[in-house]
Design a binder for this molecule. Sequence first.
Ligand SMILES: Nc1ncnc2c1ncn2[C@@H]1O[C@H](COP(=O)(O)OP(=O)(O)OP(=O)(O)O)[C@@H](O)[C@H]1O
Ligand SMILES: [Mg+2]
Length: 263
Amino acid sequence: MSAPNLKIENLHVAIEGKEIIKDFNLEINGGEIHAIMGPNGTGKSTLASAIMGHPKYEITSGKVFLGGEDVLDMEVDERARAGLFLAMQYPSEIAGVTNADFMRSAINAGREEGKEISLMKFIRKMDEKMDVLDMDQAFSQRYLNEGFSGGEKKRNEILQLLMLEPKIAILDEIDSGLDIDALKVVSNGVNDMRGPEFGCLIITHYQRLLNYITPDKVHVMMQGRIVKTGGAELAERLEAEGYDWIKEELGIEDEKVGQETQA
Ligand SMILES: Nc1ncnc2c1ncn2[C@@H]1O[C@H](COP(=O)(O)OP(=O)(O)OP(=O)(O)O)[C@@H](O)[C@H]1O
Ligand SMILES: [Mg+2]
């Protein structure tokens, strides 16, 4: 199996005719963890949704490749089968579908007929991963995200990550709403995935998460594109100083998308 590689080239994305992502470029290889930080409303979640194929987001130009394959040519389910995973900022609740059933279907969707995971193996794996995440076994039989607290939903997104073992994961604000212990547990889960067969993009507002999951690169997003890239030290500077120094450095007046005032 080839090492994971996600390549985003000159991506432009519009919603209802308004351009949100503008000339976005990024490459993530297996073994790498990248973080994207950036003020509210700069297009971070839009980028994640567009890569996963959310129908509301129109790719007006640019390319996305996973292991050299054209992702934008794939149906949404194909993208997941090809090894892309998104933990959403606001996970949906699905009444009537248990967490265990959902995860087993998701695993089997990525496998050929006749090669489905056995019930025994599935249960063992789910038990093991729930242990890693310090989750009560009762969560496997609850309806997906229904009535889950904010932190429980986030933990469950990471459980899906550990169960599905994608090649490339995009984690959108996986740390929001987590208490301090949960933050460590969730970080451990992501660190467990670390290795040459896994690449990860973490969208976060807080450097704190990156104390637990050390990123190889930190990117700052403004106006729908990456405006600055550095190492873990960049996140530390942002935590201490905010974003104004970057805006000054680059002559950006309004960092949000669709509201630029400069030429
Ligand atoms: N489905 C949608 N319909 C209309 N506007 C949208 C939609 N999705 C995103 N937008 C707009 O696109 C802009 C970027 O939103 P996005 O959610 O990508 O920001 P973000 O960087 O993730 O912000 P945050 O840090 O607050 O999560 C916002 O102005 C938002 O209102
Ligand atoms: Mg967002």
